[in-house]
Design a protein around this ligand. Structure first.
Ligand SMILES: *[C@@H]1O[C@H](CO)[C@@H](O)[C@H](O)[C@H]1NC(C)=O
Ligand SMILES: *[C@H]1O[C@H](CO)[C@@H](O)[C@H](O)[C@H]1NC(C)=O
Ligand SMILES: [Ca+2]
Ligand SMILES: [Ca+2]
Length: 354
């Protein structure tokens, strides 16, 4: 009798895991074909070979690009090379990417940059906040940008027990930011199990020196985060659920969900076009190919443009799509003055004139 119960439970357990695995494969776009879309004249940005996970553009047209992410379970072309932050001036005729110098006193060898966000202070000082994974932990590094010296001066490292498995941040004030935690578990095996079982334990956190709190939860895997041009709405990409959550910010920094926009690809990073307020979403059309990397059948890239996201009828269109022959594993797309810059998790970056 005991054996029968055990066997039954085992059978039910295996069936459940099998069902979850199938759902997981479905969610991760195991078999999606990608029809190419090019919005204009595009070319690969020279000098960046090793990922361009996140991009943030200043109102002046200077783009920061985070490169060299090493992320558990994802391929890296140069696992021993430390991460870098590149700068690209989109006002130039043929913009080139150049790595920024980083001040001494910061551990550059273990620099593993992930999401980034810029913040301009009242005195016009530009700060770059960088999610860092030194030795696979999570910290937020604050740098001061010195344009003349082409360098980043490290000011501070922020650590907190709730700041684990951090993916992206959006900075709204001095040392005040929202951050996404993409997995609850930091252990690779447990985080994979968390994904397959879809536990929805991922959340959005608010950080300030006075207060740190969870402000939204129940995500399968909260990834990119950004704000509307008026700073009133926060957009969160749930990469595993293939959707974007639109949330309203209140005076206590809490977030109230307004709507969820369902898409047919895994949404990684979000940015807002400063001219139009359109939301751009860098997506993974077939994320299974990201997890099981095969250079002969590489993961593709997709960028959605979402117009009127706050209205009743947001319009979603494909701005860029490629099967991986040009660009693999897009994570983010940003627009400045009709110039489009697309970043990828471990591959190159693409520049297009719209
Ligand atoms: C990707 O598309 C190109 C043409 O757009 C085609 O030549 C190539 O075979 C495709 N690759 C895969 C893996 O489907
Ligand atoms: C894109 O995603 C990365 C991490 O996945 C994040 O660090 C970054 O901030 C995002 N980019 C933007 C512009 O939101
Ligand atoms: Ca960011
Ligand atoms: Ca991301």
């Amino acid at each position: 009798m005991g054996k029968l119960v055990t066997l039954t439970l085992l059978g039910v357990g295996l069936a459940l895991i099998g069902e979850r695995l199938l759902a997981f494969r479905q969610r991760f776009g195991a078999s999606q074909e990608v029809e190419p879309v090019e919005p204009g004249k595009c070319h690969i940005v020279e000098g960046i070979e090793n990922g361009s996970e996140d991009i943030d553009i200043l109102p002046s047209g200077l783009a920061f690009i985070s490169s060299g992410l090493k992320y558990p379970g994802m391929p890296s072309f140069e696992p021993d090379e430390p991460g870098k932050i590149f700068l690209m001036d989109l006002n130039e005729q043929n913009p080139r990417a150049q790595a920024l110098k980083i001040s001494d006193g910061f551990d550059k060898a273990s620099f593993n940059p992930h999401g980034i966000s810029t913040f301009i202070d009242k005195d016009h000082t530009v700060y770059l906040y960088v999610v860092n994974h030194p030795h696979m932990m999570s910290t937020v590094e604050i740098f001061k940008f010195e344009e003349q010296q082409h360098s980043l001066v490290h000011l501070k490292t922020i650590k907190h027990e709730l700041l684990q498995s951090v993916n992206d941040i959006v900075v709204l004030g001095p040392e005040q930011f929202y951050a996404t935690r993409d997995h609850y578990f930091t252990n690779l095996f447990l985080s994979l199990l968390e994904m397959v079982l879809d536990l929805q334990w991922s959340y959005v956190l608010f950080y300030s020196p006075q207060e740190v709190k969870v402000v939204a939860k129940g995500f399968s895997s909260a990834n990119g985060i950004t704000v509307s041009l008026d700073n009133q709405y926060v957009f969160v990409a749930d990469v595993a659920a293939k959707n974007i959550h639109v949330m309203k910010r209140d005076d206590n920094w809490n977030l109230t969900q307004q709507k969820v926009l369902q898409l047919d690809a895994l949404v990684d990073n979000l940015t807002v076009d400063p001219a139009t307020g359109d939301v751009l979403a860098g997506c993974h059309p077939n994320a299974m190919k990201l997890l099981i990397y095969n250079p002969k059948d590489p993961p593709g890239s997709k960028v959605f443009r979402i117009q009127d996201i706050l209205s009743k009828k947001p319009r979603v269109s494909t701005l860029y799509a490629n099967n991986g022959s040009v660009l693999q594993g897009s994570t983010v797309a940003t627009i400045y003055n009709k110039k489009l810059l697309i970043g990828t998790i471990f591959h190159r970056a693409l520049y297009c004139e719209l």
